[in-house]
Design a protein around this ligand. Sequence first.
Ligand SMILES: Cc1cc2nc3c(=O)[nH]c(=O)nc-3n(C[C@H](O)[C@H](O)[C@H](O)COP(=O)(O)OP(=O)(O)OC[C@H]3O[C@@H](n4cnc5c(N)ncnc54)[C@H](O)[C@@H]3O)c2cc1C
Length: 274
Amino acid sequence: MEAARIIIVGGGFAGATLAEHLNRRVARDVEVVVISSDNHMVFTPMLAEVAGRSLSGFDVVMPGRQMAPRATWLTATVTSVDLKTNEVEYTRPDGKRSTLSYAHLVLACGSDVNLDVVPGMAAHAYTLRTVGDGMVLGNEVIARFEQAATEPDDAERQRLLTVVVVGGGFTGVEAAGHLFDMMRSVKPYYPQLGRNRPQMVLLQRGARIVPEFQHDSLSEFALRKLRQNARATRPPYSHRGERLRASGARTRNWLGLCPRCGTCSSRSGMRGLC
Ligand SMILES: Cc1cc2nc3c(=O)[nH]c(=O)nc-3n(C[C@H](O)[C@H](O)[C@H](O)COP(=O)(O)OP(=O)(O)OC[C@H]3O[C@@H](n4cnc5c(N)ncnc54)[C@H](O)[C@@H]3O)c2cc1C
């Protein structure tokens, strides 16, 4: 008789952890298969440190095979699920398609960043969701410093040194803090910048930052610490091109970061599930 197979789609926090637990608990003849687009799990809470260069990207990933050594790990992207035949179809790294049948299916493919929450965001903001995002963001900020160091126009120099973080929850506040620490620590190496100073603007909807905190006093403490170094602004805000309008009439140029800014439930767009 063919062994029962449990397929877990997605090898992130949920999928890799579940695979490891299942392997310890189910009978030996039950096969646990993880199909994940990535061969590693990303420790997302430390992506802000990667963006701010206090950690390397390698420090925040864990090989999936190491996390769930007894599971069968396939690095591939699931494209559809057939609920009638109990089969998943996936695309392998070489672009070819395969199918695999299951007795039980677990969908753990995470969520995706939704940049449509603020008009113009998709075209102009950076996201912080993957290790690549963290590295690109850090590189981009440094690249703006390099550009500013050769820029003769004072206003343009200041624009290049301004970062706006949209979203003042945990991730936005951490990203703003780490990026601003980096900006301040590299500034002395750019004597050409003269009196231009790095500037960080955090935009948050609602009455307080880090609304995840249960107590207002913690949000107030976070805001106080942040204000010692950065500007905190309340919406409404909107932006056109590289111009951002916040708190009424004031317009500023920016390098935007939207850390998570609204997520949709599944990133996969898999067929067969609705
Ligand atoms: C910057 C940042 C900071 C965060 N900080 C915190 C924090 O401090 N505390 C906290 O509790 N949470 C935090 N989170 C949230 C946390 O990362 C998520 O809640 C968690 O990752 C969700 O786990 P998951 O397994 O559902 O999805 P993920 O960890 O995103 O894993 C999904 C996996 O599925 C794979 N996948 C997606 N689609 C497919 C497909 N079609 N086929 C195959 N594989 C697929 C992906 O490649 C990925 O490996 C943070 C998130 C971010 C972005």
